[in-house]
Design a protein. Structure first.
Length: 115
């Protein structure tokens, strides 16, 4: 469903040891959602964890703005904390592969693979 801006972006978190899992419960991270995604992630990564795992299993579309937002979150974490990705669908995986960002991020097939 397209974002209307009325409700906050649905991101769920779970702490598992030194890992913060953030589940993106949205179908799209695009130009309309990228700024809100970054803002919400900025709030959520205040949780002390050495690794942050972004569960993208619900995301079916990611454009260049969405990719830029994910990269911005990685930079926000700084050099001492890692942003990892999991459960990329075919369209999202293709964006990371075509931009060679699949070489920048650790990408797991499933969330369970990162635990």
């Amino acid at each position: 469903m397209p974002r209307t801006g009325e409700q906050p972006m649905d991101l769920e978190t779970e702490v598992r040891g030194d890992l913060l899992v953030v589940r993106v419960q949205e179908e799209r991270i695009d130009a309309a959602a990228a700024i809100e995604f970054k803002d919400r992630m900025r709030e959520l990564v205040d949780t002390p964890a050495s690794r942050v795992l972004l569960d993208l299993s619900c995301v079916t579309f990611l454009d260049s703005s969405g990719l830029g937002a994910v990269v911005a979150v990685m930079k926000l974490l700084g050099p001492d904390r890692r942003l990892e990705l999991a459960a990329l669908g075919p369209v999202v995986r293709k964006v990371f592969r075509l931009t060679r960002m699949d070489r920048v991020f650790t990408i797991h097939e499933r969330v369970s693979d990162a635990l």
